[in-house]
Structure formats: structure tokens, C-alpha cells
Design a protein around this ligand. Structure first.
Ligand code: PMP
Length: 422
């Protein structure tokens, strides 16, 4: 019965990680006498958006580590099921982080991190609201179209970025959203756009909010914010919530997929929240009831560990302050790596003497924000990086700045220049 099942394509990101792991195992198996066993040939992973410390190692935030110690010693800690909609104390803490002090009228449920929030949100829109189509920016995170299609929604796009100019195509974006059909779900990256690292300015967000507001009564669009990097764009969790709070203040039908993976380093704990703006307490009740039915039938209830950590971190003032410092450690290191990468690229292109790269401008490396840089490398150049230099990145030219450190940044810069000259 199952023999005829067709092979599916590998995941856009995790498929490359598999190739990196294979290359690393091969490199480790080389005899030390082989010149290729030297550190300078060690495969480099700048694929996945997960924070790494200056030694290239995963980093458990000290605040999270401290909370885990306290939890381990707490005799009241148990591992019972959480309610279907998640840990009761987690929801208001997540709402406060996203929306600030003003108490919003939101139906919020704890879900399986950002991805779970996107999928649950899309499924809700498909099943309970008259929505059939999502549009997202070009380019975007490849899981957006997959989540939309799996939820039964059609997926389309709106223009976002000009690769050659390294800038947002604002006029085209506005024109496209002005023309979008009523009830279209518009996927917006709340901050630290993945993969480009380029966000609208606050004035541009205002213009966009005006567009949504103008259309709200006659042919509404549904603003669906993917907020996976709160704190990573500006280093300030409040500033990074600007767009979400602005749209919320306009009374728009805002939906937010709120992930805690990156901001708290809770990747594998699958901690996140889905927020859906409602206009009354009664609507909150009804929306929550439908979300509960969906959650019960898909995974029953969410995991507890990450939510317990996040709740303590957000609710205890000393822990919260300590977390903001941890966030600062991460964003400061990413910032330093951007500067070093740009310097390395400028140096390597000069030293290469190759006419083809002399006019190349690398300013965008330091103007982009967040965990990624959209380098401008072509698909061929990315393939060359992997094949010839064992530097692994996604084929759209996106690199994870978090994978860079003092020991590899210069090599990555040189390989990038070499891949352009080749
Ligand atoms: N949205 C974007 C734009 C992302 O980059 C990611 C993680 N790579 C996510 C959502 C979801 O991450 P998670 O499911 O781990 O919260």
C-alpha cells in the first residue's frame, strides 16, 4: 500500500543542513596527515537562523539557565498536561510583551512556536473566516507558502525587495496591496525581515496602516504579522513591536504569530503564542473556542517547559531585566559580525585585484538588521561556495550572521569574493 508513495523534496533549509552534516562527518573522518583536514577546510554552517556564541556553539541564555535551575529545585514543579490553550499565566505575559501595557482585546492561545502559530492562524482563517488567499512578500521565509497550502489556503505574493539595489520596492508593494482582493490575508514580517534583513521605516508602516485602515470597511485586508524576531531588529523589544502595536491601535483585524524561539533561545521547546484581535470579550470567547477545537484535534495541548520558563522570565522584573541584557549580548555580537564581514569583503575584493568585483558595494551588510544578511550572491555563487569552499548557505544568498565568529568571518568573506570572481 505504501510502496508507491512518491519521494518529497527535501526542506529548503533543513535539506542543506543535512548536506552540511554529511560534509562535516567526512571532514572529521580525514586522516590528520591529509592537508584537507586542516581547520581552514572545516565546513561552515551559515544556514539556519539559530544564535551561536563566539565559539560557534548554541547559547543557552544565562537568564534561562538560572530559571531552569530554580525550576529543577522547585518541589511544586510537575509535568501535568497544560490546558488546551496553554499555560494560563503565559498568555497575559506574552500579550504584554507584544502589545505593551494597554490591555488589548485579543484571543490568545499558546501554540507550537512561530510555525504552529502561523499554521493555526491560517487554518482558523480558512475554516472560520471568509478567507481563501494569503499573500506574502517576495522573498520570504519558505515555510510561509507551505503553511498556507497545508492549511488549504491559496498562496500568492507581493513585491518586497530589489535584489540588485538591495532595497525595499516600496511603491510596487503599495500598488500591489491597493489592488489585492478583499479578505486577502497579508503576511507581514513584524521586524527583522527574513531573509532580507530590511524592514519598512516607521513612516512606511504608518503609510501601510493608512492603506489597511482606508480599505477596512469596504474591502478589508487581514494583516497577519509573523513576529519571530522581537528584539533582534533594534535590540529593543518595544521598538520591534512598533508595527504590530500601530496596526492594533487602528482597530484592524490583526493576527500575530509570536515566537519565543530566537528571542529567548527556546528553539526546541516550541514556545509561542497566536494572538487574534477581537472587538469584544464575547468574540474572544467564541474565537478561543474554535482555536481550542482545532488544537485539541491536532496536538491536544502545548508543551509546558518553554512556556514555564518564558512566563517566569517575563513576569519577574529582575529576570526580565536580565533577559534584556542577554538579548543585548546576542544583538551586539551580531552587529559586530556584520561590521567584520563587511570589512572582510571590502578587503578581500581589493586584494583580489579582480576588475569584476572592484565596484561591489557591501553597505547593505551593515544596514540590514536581525539574524540574517541577504548578501546578493546568486544561486550559482551559493552553489560554488558549498562545492568549492564547504561554506553552506541557502541558495537565495541568505546567510545567518549568527553562524559567523572571529575564527570564520574572514574565510567566509574571502570565499564570497572568490565565488563572484571564479
Ligand atoms: N517566521 C520566520 C520569519 C522565521 O524565520 C521563523 C524561524 N526560522 C519562524 C517564523 C518560526 O520559527 P519557530 O517555529 O521556531 O518559532
Amino acid at each position: 500500500v505504501f510502496d508507491k508513495v512518491e519521494q518529497g523534496p527535501p526542506d529548503a533549509v533543513f535539506g542543506i543542513v543535512d548536506r552540511f552534516n554529511k560534509a562535516t562527518a567526512e571532514w572529521k573522518a580525514l586522516p590528520t596527515s591529509d592537508p584537507k583536514a586542516a581547520d581552514e577546510f572545516k565546513p561552515i554552517n551559515i544556514i539556519v537562523g539559530a544564535y551561536r556564541d563566539e565559539n560557534g556553539k548554541p547559547w543557552v541564555l544565562p537568564t534561562v539557565r538560572q530559571i531552569e535551575k530554580e525550576m529543577a529545585e522547585d518541589p511544586a514543579l510537575e509535568h501535568e498536561y497544560l490546558p488546551i490553550t496553554g499555560l494560563k499565566t503565559f498568555i497575559p505575559a506574552a500579550q504584554k510583551l507584544m502589545f505593551g501595557e494597554e490591555k488589548p482585546t485579543f484571543a490568545s492561545v499558546q501554540v507550537l512556536s512561530g510555525t504552529g502559530a502561523i499554521y493555526t492562524g491560517f487554518s482558523f482563517l480558512k475554516n472560520h473566516v471568509n478567507c481563501t488567499k494569503v499573500i506574502g512578500p517576495t522573498p520570504t521565509w519558505p515555510n510561509h507558502p507551505s503553511c498556507a497550502k497545508t492549511a488549504g489556503l491559496e498562496y500568492g505574493s507581493y513585491p518586497y525587495y530589489d535584489n540588485a539595489k538591495n532595497s525595499i520596492v516600496w511603491d510596487q508593494l503599495i500598488e500591489s496591496l491597493e489592488k489585492a482582493e478583499a479578505n486577502t490575508v497579508v503576511l507581514l514580517h513584524a521586524c527583522a525581515h527574513n531573509p532580507t534583513g530590511m524592514d519598512p521605516t516607521n513612516a512606511q508602516w504608518e503609510q501601510l496602516a493608512d492603506l489597511f485602515t482606508k480599505r477596512a470597511t469596504t474591502s478589508p485586508l487581514i494583516p497577519f504579522f509573523d513576529c519571530a524576531y522581537q528584539g533582534y531588529a533594534s535590540g529593543d523589544v518595544e521598538k520591534d513591536a512598533f508595527a504590530v502595536r500601530l496596526f492594533t491601535s487602528r482597530g484592524l483585524p490583526v493576527i500575530v504569530a509570536h515566537s519565543f524561539s530566537k528571542s529567548m533561545g527556546l528553539y526546541g521547546e516550541r514556545c509561542g503564542c497566536l494572538h487574534i484581535a477581537c472587538s469584544s470579550a464575547d468574540a474572544v470567547k467564541r474565537v478561543t473556542s474554535q482555536l481550542s477545537i482545532f488544537i485539541r484535534a491536532t496536538y491536544s495541548n502545548p508543551p509546558g517547559h518553554g512556556a514555564k520558563i518564558a512566563t517566569k522570565l517575563l513576569s519577574e522584573p529582575a529576570k526580565y531585566d536580565s533577559w534584556l541584557k542577554d538579548l543585548n549580548v546576542m544583538t551586539a555580537r551580531l552587529h559586530a559580525m556584520r561590521t567584520k564581514l563587511r570589512e572582510g569583503l571590502e578587503k578581500a575584493q581589493k586584494e583580489s585585484g579582480a576588475a569584476s568585483v572592484q565596484n561591489r558595494d557591501w553597505t547593505h551588510i551593515t544596514t540590514q538588521t536581525g539574524m540574517f544578511s541577504f548578501t546578493g550572491l546568486t544561486k550559482d555563487e551559493c552553489a560554488y561556495m558549498e562545492k568549492e569552499h564547504k561554506v553552506f548557505l541557502t541558495p537565495n544568498g541568505r546567510i545567518s550572521i549568527a553562524g559567523l565568529n572571529d575564527s570564520n568571518v574572514e574565510r567566509v568573506a574571502k570565499c564570497m569574493i572568490d565565488s563572484i570572481i571564479k
